[in-house]
Design a protein around this ligand. Structure first.
Ligand code: SER
Length: 317
């Protein structure tokens, strides 16, 4: 087990953070992974490992945390997602941008390796929607997407100008059973499993034929760790890599669930999130990630659905 790596995960109580901290602690040892989030320390179990209450907008506190723990790698996950961002655009911009810039400045000074997530939301309505290429038109229409595209440009800028070892992925919608999603447009693909197991029915806030790129959380965490552990010369893209899992519509997801729960029924009541989803790709070409650092998915749709049903059944029973 590596002892000279020390990781800081900012946003450790969020959907990705909870799972990433668990995976990193298994790899690096509990004490070598510091979790940080806005919640008071009393609300987080100390048995889980080191935790720091931290606001990523507080540059001085962030600096002290990085320095005190002598971290060698940082995962900056604190952000507002697409749906929440639309309700509070100015705060979403502030949190998503200043949070990133604060940590980029520290990466320049302390020379740690940095991970920051981008998203399919960085694309927009003028982007080719099928098998969206790595390099293409990007005109995002949500504040979240605008912050992700700007963030990608800043990451590349800090790499080119200051040699900051920053790495990023354009995550698709992420589907996991250990943590709850918060404020995203792709959250329906997690909610549906809880409703299916509790009530055998679900009302989707996206329309039946809305195809979006999605990924099992296990795959996303593995991709993140693999990217961060790759030799620097393999990382040719310093903005963010396209990352594809699978693509499906709410109707197709419901059909796969029906194979396990025959009486399951889905209905559709699209809301404002439909507009966000319509502006994003249907599917993603991730051949650059495959070629550069060997990315491969392990959870095709049938495995994703059976795993989610099995794991969530344990929680709802
Ligand atoms: N899953 C995110 C969202 O829906 C997209 O990155 O906001």
């Amino acid at each position: 087990m590596s002892t000279n790596r020390k990781a800081l995960v900012i946003g450790c109580r969020g959907q990705i953070g909870i799972e990433l901290v668990m995976a990193l602690r298994t790899k690096l040892g509990q004490d070598n992974v510091i979790g940080a989030d806005i919640q008071p320390a009393e609300s987080v179990s100390s048995e889980d490992g080191p935790y720091v209450q931290l606001n990523v907008l507080d540059a001085e506190a962030l600096r002290a945390c990085v320095q005190d723990h002598a971290v060698t790698e940082v995962y900056q996950l604190a952000a507002l997602l697409s749906a929440t961002g639309e309700k509070n655009p100015m705060y979403a911009w502030k949190l998503n941008m200043e949070g990133l810039l604060n940590i980029l400045e520290l990466a320049k000074e302390f020379k740690f390796r940095l991970f920051w997530p981008s998203s399919i939301a960085a694309f927009g309505p003028t982007t080719p929607a099928d098998q969206t290429p790595q390099t293409t038109i990007m005109e995002p229409s949500s504040v979240y997407g605008i912050s992700k595209l700007a963030g990608e440009r800043w990451c590349e800028y800090y790499f080119m100008k200051y040699g900051v070892d920053v790495r990023s992925l354009r995550y698709p919608g992420l589907i996991g059973h250990r943590s709850a999603p918060g404020g995203g447009t792709t959250d329906y693909a997690v909610d549906i499993f809880y409703s299916a197991l509790k009530e055998n029915k679900y009302t989707s806030f996206l329309s039946e034929n809305t195809e979006l790129p999605m990924m099992m959380m296990e795959d996303a965490i593995r991709a993140t760790i693999q990217l961060m552990e790759s030799d620097a010369e393999k990382i040719k893209i310093r903005s963010a890599y396209n990352l594809a899992g699978i693509s499906f519509t709410p109707k197709q997801l419901a059909e796969e669930i029906q194979k396990h729960l025959p009486g399951f029924e889905i209905s559709y009541a699209p809301d404002f999130r439909q507009g966000l989803a319509d502006s994003w790709p249907n599917s993603i070409d991730d051949s650059t990630a495959k070629n550069d650092w060997g990315w491969e998915i392990e959870y095709p749709m049938p495995r994703l659905v059976s795993t989610m049903l099995e794991e969530i059944a344990k929680k709802v029973s």
